[in-house]
Design a protein. Sequence first.
Length: 210
Amino acid sequence: MQCMNSTLMNHIFTFFSYSVLAIGAENVIFARGLGLSTGLRMINDPRKDTLYFCTALTFFQLVNSILAYFAVPLVYSSPLAYYARFITPVIIVACCAVSYIVVVLLLGIVLKRSTFKRIVYSLTGASINSAIVGTIILSLGRGFNFVETVGFGLGSSIGYMLAMLLVSEGERKINHDMVPQHFRGLPITLIYISVLALAIFGLTGNTMAL
């Protein structure tokens, strides 16, 4: 019984450790620049809601990470193992498609019609996203176990959400009247993101945290 409790606590600690690292030191935007173009379009598009977009993305990434964790190893243990490195991207995209369908069906059951439309509108544009695909590739490439994969996937999506909220707030607070004309808009936003990215790199010593 004591051994079981110890194993459970180790799994819980691992889960939260990888989640926290993915949120901060391994943030998909600030540490790797993944999903940046989608995030910037989302911020500058008045039709999209940041909170709805990020919440939907969190659930989507969680389901996606679990599917990819079980699906990709099947290719390496099949007769197609020799071609696994070529088939893996197709499997990842297929996992994204299945995750999208599963999440949309679940949202359609639990949400009101008006809210459902807003979330699906946001989720559709993020279903094939470098932040989504990149997180899966990082998990597979580093040989994470199930707990680490789920923790890293959840932490990455939460980190993406926090990064977008931070960038969105920065966009709102920047006094463009004090910014030279040629730097207004996208240039000053990229400079702002770069400064935040340098701060993240300072925390990790410019090395991979995981």
